[in-house]
Design a protein around this ligand. Sequence first.
Ligand code: DQA
Length: 161
Amino acid sequence: MRKQTSSKTGNTPNPPELLVVHGPNLNLLGTREPKHYGTRTLAEINLALAHRADAAGVHLEAFQSNHEGALIERVHAARAQGVRYLIINPAAYTHTSIALRDALAATEIPFVEVHLSNVHAREPFRRQSYFSDLAIGVISGLGSEGYLLALEYLLSRIAAE
Ligand code: DQA
């Protein structure tokens, strides 16, 4: 029987197989710079992802934080939970956070990196990612559809395992 531990570790009786991690300012989706990020809210995106995963019989959870340490701790907890794959949009931490990169490297959970905007068609500093070389793949510039495409890919991997 699976040991139940406190929610502080992220361990729940029914842990997710897929975890979607959203970095800083993505809680403002819907109103934040729609020309870059579209008009869908984070809640709408997360709901669409959860519904699609549910239809495939896969348990998906989503987590957003504006704090680097909270994101790192969620990734650590994901390993303890046995999460199989991550979809992560590290947002601005994409370009700055060696610490979050190291958390992903340490936990060895395979992940897809997603960006709503095309980071290569914007300011030069957005072209640098601390995550892309560790990622299974990167989707950038397809708006909120990018998350769903990443999910389709991971569902097909899970189905094939
Ligand atoms: C982003 C791109 C990043 O450069 C930016 O800091 C974000 C969002 C995207 O989804 O396009 O916050 O990751």
